[in-house]
Design a protein around this ligand. Structure first.
Ligand code: SAH
Ligand code: SF4
Length: 393
């Protein structure tokens, strides 16, 4: 899309979820691990022989039915409901704005504690619906092609804030209480929003455990993909402690180029990163690593790059996701031409790797990969553009 393309129509609502007055002081049941929930129920005096059953019921209300109030937990006695309401809250991030792209992509701007903002993006497709969630406010890393990378790290998201993004999307899509096996709107999760998930591994792990729990949200580990810029020691932990699918923001085929595009490469070089990929558990044709490769004109998009890429990943069950660069105001790069991207894809494909070219989604609402950045930050820099809902496209 050129800079002069007309603005696509956008719908925008503002929704707010009322907060409990004492909400900040009481612990949130959302985001507690199973063990933490057991402990919390025991601590508020629920009889030991009842804890297991109540625990199961509450988990169902929170993650199968999606209730936001203890009053709705109708299979619990009034006494227990009161006790829960006195001691806990059920809190999700608050939707500040929701933008719906002409292609159906929905971008949620969410407010979390401290007044910070993060974004989550829902991408509907014919065979699936993918929710792209954030793991940090901003990012400590400074990949030179990424808009989020220009925003300083504010803080890591809590488990509740990570899981909360799934809950908020399902609220908005009215997708609660679905039968097992029923087609889902949110069928896949990708940790590809704001932030580096492997600088917040513990919280990401606990949140994904909640998302994968069979008695709750029940997403298969194969429907969750974690994308990392390459924090090598943490990749080993993902394999052991989460077991989800892995995506690597690869983007370059020499250490020199990768050092400038993805600066964490100065610490963990390509060879070390690829070794972690080779060691990733359960790799097979059915469980491949996705290598993400942003196509930057005259930087990393030559035929030699394509050939080096397939040589580097030789032997790793892999898919190469080619991402046409998504521009943002002031970005120092241009998107490779369509011809170049296709030529690159052909070389990768001929070497036996699937090389889909990612169709940018939600571009009109700045929801595409690498365009996420909190609105407060963006507003400072570009209020007029943001209000139109497009930026420099
Ligand atoms: N921090 C993690 C996950 C978030 S970024 C990571 O780096 O993997 C999600 C994906 O979007 C990454 O592959 C990232 O490299 C890519 N990306 C970032 N900025 C982009 C841009 N401007 N255009 C296209 N892809 C971009
Ligand atoms: Fe952070 Fe990922 Fe962006 Fe790099 S690409 S700055 S790791 S969000």
């Amino acid at each position: 899309m050129s800079a002069s393309a007309p603005a696509a129509p956008i719908t925008q609502d503002v929704l707010t979820i009322p907060r409990k007055q004492d909400g900040d002081a009481l612990p949130n049941l959302i985001g507690m691990t199973r063990d933490q929930l057991t402990e919390a129920l025991t601590n508020v005096g629920i009889a030991e022989k009842q804890v297991k059953m109540r625990h199961g019921q509450i988990w169902q209300w929170l993650y199968v039915k999606g209730v936001k109030s203890f009053d709705h937990m109708t299979n619990l006695s009034k006494d227990i409901r009161n006790k829960l309401a006195e001691n806990f809250v059920i809190l999700r991030p608050e939707i500040v704005t929701k933008q719906v792209s002409t292609d159906g992509t929905r971008k949620y701007l969410l407010r979390i504690q401290g007044g910070h903002e993060v974004e989550a993006v829902y991408i509907p497709e014919t065979d699936r619906g993918t929710l792209c969630i954030s793991s940090q406010v901003g990012c400590t890393l400074t990949c030179s092609f990424c808009h989020t990378g220009t925003q300083k790290l504010v803080r890591n998201l809590t488990v509740a804030e990570i899981v909360g993004q799934i809950l908020v999307a399902r609220d908005d899509l009215e997708e609660w209480d679905i039968a097992p096996g029923e087609k889902r709107l949110v069928s896949n999760i990708v940790l590809m929003g704001m932030g580096e998930p492997l600088y917040n591994t513990d919280n990401v792990r606990d949140a994904m455990k909640i998302a994968m729990d069979d008695s709750g949200i029940a997403l298969s580990r194969r429907r969750i993909t974690l994308s990392t810029s390459g924090i090598v020691p943490e990749i080993y932990r993902v394999g052991e402690e989460i077991g989800c699918m892995l995506a690597i923001s690869f983007h370059a085929t020499t250490d020199d180029v990768r050092d400038t595009l993805v600066p964490i490469n100065r610490k963990h070089k390509i060879a070390e990163l690829l070794q972690a990929c080779r060691d990733y558990p359960r790799l097979s044709n059915a469980e491949r690593i996705t290598f993400e490769y942003v196509m930057l004109k005259d930087v990393n998009d030559s035929d030699e790059d394509a050939r080096r890429l397939v040589k580097l990943i030789e032997g790793i069950p892999a898919k190469i996701n080619l991402i046409p660069f998504n521009p943002w105001p002031g970005a120092p790069y241009e998107r490779s031409s369509n011809n170049r991207i296709h030529k690159f894809a052909d070389i990768v494909n001929e070497a036996g790797y699937s090389s889909p070219i990612r169709r940018p989604r939600g571009e009109d609402i700045m929801a595409a990969c690498g365009q996420l950045k909190s609105a407060t930050e963006r507003a400072r820099k570009s209020r007029a553009q943001m209000e139109r809902g497009i930026e420099g496209l």
